[in-house]
Design a protein around this ligand. Sequence first.
Ligand SMILES: *Cc1c(COP(=O)(O)O)cnc(C)c1O
Length: 815
Amino acid sequence: MNYTVHQIAEIANAHVIGDGKLLIKNIAFDSRIIYSTKNTAFIAINTHKNSGEKFIEAAIDRGIQVIISENHYPNYENITWIITENAVVFLQKLAKYHFENAYIKSIGITGSNGKTILKEWLYQCLWNEFTTVKSPKSFNSQIGLPLSLLQINDSHELGIFEVGISKPDEMEKQENIFHPQIGLLTHIGTAHLANFTFEEQLVDEKIKLFRNSKVIIYNGDNILVDSKIKELYSTKRLITYGFKEHNDVHFKNNLSREEDVVVQYFNEQISFPVNQRDEATLINALALLTVLKELEISNDKIIEKINALKAVEMRLEAIEGIKNNIVINDSFNLDLDSLKTALQFLNEYNKPKKSLVLTDIVGVNSNSRELYEEVSELVNEQRFDSVFLIGNEISNYSELFKSKTSTYINTRELIDSKHLTEIENQIILLKGARKFEIEKLKDILELRKHDTVLEINLNAILHNINYHKSLLKPATKMMAMVKANAYGLGSYEISEFLQHHHIDYLGVAFVDEGVELRKKGITVPIVVMNPEQHSYDTVIAYNLEPEIYSLRVLEQFYEAVKKSGYDKKYPIHIKLETGMHRLGFKDSELDELSRTLAEKNLKVQSIFSHLSSSDLPSEKEFTLHQLNTFERNSNYLIENLGYTPIRHILNSSGITNYTDHQYDMVRIGIGMLGESQNSEINKQLRSVVSFKTVISQISIVGDGESVGYSRRFKTDHPTKIATIPVGYADGIPRLIGNQVGNVGIHKTLAPIVGNICMDMMMINVDHISNVKEGDTVTVFNAKPTLKEFADYCKTITYEVLTSISPRVKRIYVKD
Ligand SMILES: *Cc1c(COP(=O)(O)O)cnc(C)c1O
């Protein structure tokens, strides 16, 4: 959006106290997640639980100048107020006007389950076809929907929005604000049935969203839904999908086999691979395909997009298990609310039998009998086949559970009992408090699909960030460097996680990397360290902030800003040269830089430099010299600027070795991944990445035989050799073959023998007893560690990580 305060007040029937000419582009409703205060108004929403007005002060502290509120607080200076009778109605009016005046294609998704997943999937498939805007997370309520709609701006071509209702009559209001051209109705279940008398009432209510739609795509397996829609909307284009054959779009082949699925789409057949075969994934895939066809995406592209789809990061993870089970893993935390959500999630699956693993609820001080009575009621409703209780406390109340119930003191005891691995054809929910480590159960129950993976532990990243933060003053900001695909780990996944955990800034190397993040919905300020000349327009279009390192770049970038019509001070970051001799302004250029900046409508958001040797104790003197130069030159610039930008110079090892020089912000990189040159610090950090594969084959190679290309390894006795499916095309340097490098098997190092091949290599496992095909092999971390592996390669950990080929599947875990 892009309105003046005055326009907003007029649209939404409110009145202004203050400057009506200010421009508003964003509305923030949570004072904790205000990323940019520029052109942002804060809306104080009062709900029956909470008064948003309590947070006005925090918003103003963060630099917000415009407040939308039901009450006026005159004690703040220089604040513009938009005063409304009802903040929620205000939002809805504004969103309605904004949506009706935005000329975009729109998709509205409603239903009981699967809305958020489908929205995210559609977005991942469509963002590079259309400039797309979507609801953030599952913003679909009376407040969430308007906030989502207000994100639409002139550049958008397509909007994908979720619409949810929790009470009768809400859909009418939602449809009044948002009338999607394409309506998508997912599965209707009993998720919110409590507030509705009959399923029929719920269906009637949901389908009101489509009153003005041209096309309605819906799950036709539900007969009630099918007949209601056909009756009410006979003149619209209706497309049904589902498992039953009468649907326009349905599966053609036997889904239980390992082959590609074949979908009948009207008269056409389309086949593609789907790894996860649980019912919810399959039905969502049908809906996805139907919408993509409706948007005239070609079959080839659809298949490519479905292949590339990454499972949306959800707290609840559905995994294909051994013995035809589905395992729902929610070992992240346990409280009543998350238990409810998880139990609801189970209903998306149509497996007749189910089991539950549940642990003590920890950290609750209330009366434990009452707590477990409530827990058992929730659980009993679900009629589990068997319930496994872990922990002393919950075990005391086992008599409250009606299913076949067994108790264990800890997770180990359950594993040893082997009761879990006897289960067949069920859906198994693992729900436990963190300390019980029930993810170990997941490892046992999971059917492994990918042999070679780079496993990234997100919680370990958070731990490492918090460790570095603990060394700093609370007010010091942190920029996370996510350049080069976040050091090879996956730039979007890592950035999304960091954004969720309130990182202040992200840093990328090139503009493309920043654009990718923006397109996928990252809203945190992003600094581009090396903005190339041809990309300045893109920098501006995507609201990225450039590093300016020379007068040439400054002039050229400013030209681009003027040309773009951007009428505010554009944020830039000035890089000073202090000894690295890579990029930056030198001492002799500071006068001219100050003069040039004074003439230009730019805002120096930060001044920074980079240390070349903060990890090397032997270069302490040099580093102090760099720090000195930075202090002197940044002070000089600030004097001339007349205002004080953020200053920063420390990278990860700078944070640990030169903490006193933290200024206002630090830039963390490798430290976030748990690597430090300092072994004492290393002990405090957690390792984040592990590169694993499994043994494809084991052979006994006879005495005097050779192994691999060019016969570089010859045995001198019959030798047990294992072949593993990773090679130099995966990023293992060929130079660590021939017994230079080792991998880990059963916590023992085993040398790589012979030349490394493109996709495979051979390992001497003669000294490892009871090793067998299918066993896990650690390329790194643990044994050998990433550092040791980098040593084999005669390089640094940074190069190892950024060299791992994109074909190695990255998987993200939270422990
Ligand atoms: C990569 C980078 C960092 C992070 O360095 P680490 O050694 O990984 O902490 C910090 N600042 C700049 C300018 C960088 O390019």
